[in-house]
Structures are given as C-alpha cells and as structure tokens.
Design a protein around this ligand. Sequence first.
Ligand SMILES: C[S@@+](CC[C@H](N)C(=O)[O-])C[C@H]1O[C@@H](n2cnc3c(N)ncnc32)[C@H](O)[C@@H]1O
Ligand code: SF4
Length: 382
Amino acid sequence: MRKDLSLYIHIPFCESKCIYCNFVSSVETPDKQKQYEQCLLSEIKLRAKQYNPLYTIRTIYIGGGTPSCLTAGVIKRILSTIYLNFTVQNDAEITIEVNPNTITEEKVQEYIAAGVNRVSIGLQCAQGGLLKFLGRKHTYADFEKCVKLFRARNLNNISVDIILGLPKQSQDDVKTTVTNLIKLNIPHISAYMLSVEDETPLKEMVDNQQVFLPKEKETIKMYALTASLLKKAGYTRYEVSNFAKPGYKSKHNQVYWNRQDYLGLGLAAHSYIHPVRMANTDELDEYISFMEQNKIPLSDAEKISTEEAKEECVMLSLRTAQGLDTTAYANEFKENILQTKKAQIHKLIQLKLLKLTEDGFLQATDAGFMLLNRIILELVNS
Ligand SMILES: C[S@@+](CC[C@H](N)C(=O)[O-])C[C@H]1O[C@@H](n2cnc3c(N)ncnc32)[C@H](O)[C@@H]1O
Ligand code: SF4
C-alpha cells in the first residue's frame, strides 16, 4: 500500500532582502532563475523515480524566498512536472507563499489553473513605517489588494504571516495588525516571535545599539494580546504560532509537527523520510552543478537516533494544542514518559505551565505557551 508524503519546493529568490531574514534566498538575475528552474524540474523527475512507486502526495508547499516573484509560467511548469512524475491525491492541499506587491490578476489565474488552493501571504505588520524599516517592498494597501485578487477568483484559503516583538513595534501596532486581519476575515494567521538571526542587518543594528528590541515582557504581552484577540474572534490556536478558523488548519504544517514523511526539493530543502533526515546543499552553484550531472543534490543524510527522535517528539508535540500523546510515545519508544520524567512533569504542572488530560495528553497551558522553551528544556535536558 502506498504511504503518504508531503512535498516542499524551495524557491530561493527575493526581490530584495528584508533586514531580519536569514532564509536561504537571494536576489538573482533572470538567467540564474531560469537555470534554477531547469535544475528544480530535473530534481523533481529524479526524486520521483525513487519515491513515486511508494508514495501518494497529500500536500505540496511552494515556499521561499518569494515564489511569487518568479516570472509567469514557472509555478505552472513546476506543478505540471510534479503531477506528471508523482501520484498526487485529487484533493491535495497545495500552498504557495506570496509577497503582497508581487501579485497580479494573471499570477492568481496561473496559480489557480495550476492547482494551488491555499495561499500564505507575508504581511508582517500593518504599519507603513515599520514595513519600510524592515525592508519590505509592499504597503498595507498592497496587502489588501492582494487578498482581494485571490478572493475574486474564489481562493479563500488564505493564511497571513505576522511578526511580533519587532524593534519600534508597540502593543497598539500589534492590536491594529491583528484586528485588521480579523476584520478582513482572514481564516489562518501565523504569528511568529521575532528571532534575531546571525548575519542579518538587524543583528548588526541591535549589536551596535542602533535599534532596540522590545523587552521580553513586552514581547510576551504582544503574544498574549494576539492570542486573546484571535480567541475572541473564533480562531483556535492549534500550534504555538498558528491560529485557524474551523476548517482552515494547515495540513502541510501538521505533517512537520506530527513527524510524518516529507520530501524537500530545491536549494537547501530538508526532508524527513522516517527514520532518515536529509538536507540539500544550500550553495546555489553547487545545487546547479549537482543537477547538471543528474545527481541527487544532498549535502547531508543521517538516520536519527532514538534519543533524537524522542527529543523531536517532545519539542514538536508540545508546540501543538493537542500536546504530547503519552500513550503513543510509550508505544513508539517503549518508555512511559510520565514515569521517566515524573519529577519534571510534576514541577511543570505545579507551576501551571503544563496539564495532563484524562486521556493522557500532556499539554501546555495558556501560560505554558508563552514559556514553551523553558518547558521543553526542562523535559529534554534533565
Ligand atoms: C520563509 S519566509 C518567506 C515568506 C515571504 N517571502 C515573505 O517574506 O512574505 C516565511 C515567514 O517567516 C517569517 N520570518 C522570517 N524571518 C523571521 C525572523 N527572523 N523572525 C521571525 N519570523 C521570521 C516571516 O513572517 C515570513 O513571512
Ligand atoms: S522575509 Fe521573505 S521577502 Fe524578506 S528576505 Fe526573507 S524570504 Fe525574502
């Protein structure tokens, strides 16, 4: 019987780099982008030879970088190549990440004709000054126009990314951003806490004290405010950063959190095919050279140990509202975590950061979701 598989396709190009971002993406010439497309199509065909006989594709996620900055026709060719070489389930969830200023009516039509049925729009925040400071190329009005363009073609499965804890961001800014999304009836919102990444202009500005981050207490307050506004508006927090109206949870992201199999194609894409983790090279010229020789462009592949699998299970499941299924954990790892981590779990329950449901799920409480790293450290390292 065929097993389930999800596909992640990486598009490593952007119109310009935002000051906080260290995702594998760069500004490249149209010729380089064309060369990459050829290589990506070759990788799809090459990897399908190995995986298509065994798997059915349930979700596809085209992420980046900025997939929507590609020229007309590329997304259509990528998806057609996938359909020709893999077995894709009829109602597969097919998501594309887009930046608001890059969307036109023609692109929306192309994506929908190619099978895209979910879109993830990077807004980050609703304030023009803050967007400029971050190096974003769009305004809030561009975002509203982008939502309208998708909805005009009946693509209503829309997710929006925002970031909390930005320099110069106030509680009122967060409230306005989230309230605007609620008013627009956006059915899925990902609210990420800012991470100051090495080798980004933001890191340098923070280190040089050119800009200041909100205090941790302020950032936690921004997250609590977001969670509370969204809860009141009928969204469920199904993962620490992800909120959805009924029927709009991301199937693709749940594959990651549930440690199910996914295959990443393209530059720097990661894969997990139980029990092996793989990573493609993150050097663009090396990726192109691999594919020109029709070789799988891997830079790393390792079988994960039981210890690593246990840690991943704790880390990923506690991020979700469902929490850690201690029965499933015992079945998979032949270990009763309620016994082996008894003292730590007891302490976290006393601190009201964790709770244990009647059917054996360990779940973060509202307070716990704000201190998840602490909970995970306690359970994984001691
Ligand atoms: C892979 S990025 C690409 C999305 C798209 N290019 C865009 O910028 O809208 C996906 C999301 O990650 C989030 N992100 C990127 N860098 C981040 C950082 N340093 N801290 C927190 N969130 C970040 C942003 O919300 C972004 O929309
Ligand atoms: S946040 Fe998005 S648009 Fe900005 S550099 Fe990163 S991938 Fe590109």
